[in-house]
Design a protein around this ligand. Structure first.
Ligand code: R1P
Ligand code: URA
Length: 293
């Protein structure tokens, strides 16, 4: 079979041989990858490395490849939102699975192991500030996966329908429709161990309106969060809001990688509490993930 050639406009490679946005060269990417939203969190993760191999910085994408207890790991910041996850996932997949010399898919594909470490808003009484939540499933309110063929082959269509019925949304509300995606089960079980809450995470296309936060602008559905908090499906409930896990889980499934998201709760929407002094505590979560990845 003739292999597809990825044109210069589709796979953009910089003059130094690195991928367009991340500025990483293929040999600089490890098989185990930690994604964080905040570029400042990259240094916190890398501070645990015993050896640093390389470091790059471009826009919000800061990356370091190094070693933790003999494991080669790349940590990359994604900035905020599923749109950036589209860039990061496509570029790391290209680094791993496209030959940059021939611009064709490699003969042998590499499965990456990707864990996102983030912060989130807790939605239940059992997810107070400081809780670590591992996303077993992610609901995408962002629409990104709907642009890829095969979306229906990797989504939990029954849960999608049950959630839409529960929310009573139609028309412009949350268009295009939400998608529901499982994390990789083996990876989520290993990373969460028996000391994290497991749940369904909703990834939103914004921090305010899409997460039901009302400042000066009224919301299209003022009861959104009550409905999300009361939703139950086969013994599961929606535990938290953040802004990247759905695109990560969805693109990983379509590309054949293993991925999950773990977040620390910094605001509990149910109890109406927030804590901005979380930076030290997230280091404990980082150490746990470095041990388990
Ligand atoms: C919003 O404040 C940001 O925090 C969360 C959300 O997903 C969003 O990116 O994650 P990070 O702390 O990883 O950025
Ligand atoms: N990140 C989010 O996306 N939402 C929150 O409430 C807290 C962190």
């Amino acid at each position: 079979m003739v292999k597809k050639y990825f044109e210069e406009s589709e796979l953009i490679i910089n003059a130094d041989g690195s991928i367009f946005h991340l500025h990483i060269r293929p040999e600089q990417l490890a098989g185990k990858i930690i994604l964080v939203g905040d570029p400042g969190r990259v240094a916190t993760v890398a501070s645990h490395f015993t050896e640093t191999e390389c470091e790059t910085e471009s826009r919000e994408f800061h990356s370091v490849t190094g070693y933790y207890k003999g494991k080669r790991i790349t940590v990359i910041s994604t900035g905020i939102g599923c749109d950036n996850i589209d860039i990061v996932m496509n570029e790391i997949d290209a680094l791993a699975n496209i030959d940059f010399n021939t611009r064709q898919e490699k003969e042998h594909l590499t499965q990456l192991e990707i864990v996102r470490i983030g912060t989130c808003g807790g939605l239940q009484p059992h997810t107070p500030i400081g809780t670590y939540i591992c996303s077993e499933k992610s609901v995408g309110f962002d629409g990104l996966l709907n642009f890829y063929a095969g979306r229906n082959t990797v989504c939990d269509l029954q849960l999608e329908r049950a959630l839409l019925n529960h929310l009573g949304w139609s028309g412009n509300m949350c268009a295009p429709a939400p998608y529901v995606i499982d994390s990789d089960k083996e990876l989520a079980d290993r990373i969460s161990g028996d000391d994290m809450v497991k749940g369904i995470t909703v990834a939103c296309g914004g921090f305010f309106g899409p997460q039901g936060r009302q400042l000066r602008l009224p919301l299209a559905d003022p009861h959104q969060n009550e409905k999300i908090e009361s939703f139950r499906y086969e013994g599961m409930c929606i535990t938290n809001f953040e802004m990247e896990s759905s695109a990560l889980a969805g693109l990983a499934r379509l590309m054949g990688h293993k991925a999950t998201t773990v977040c620390m709760v910094i605001a509990n929407r149910y109890a109406k509490e927030a804590n901005t002094g979380y930076k030290n505590k997230i280091d404990d979560l980082i150490r746990t993930v470095l041990e388990r990845i």
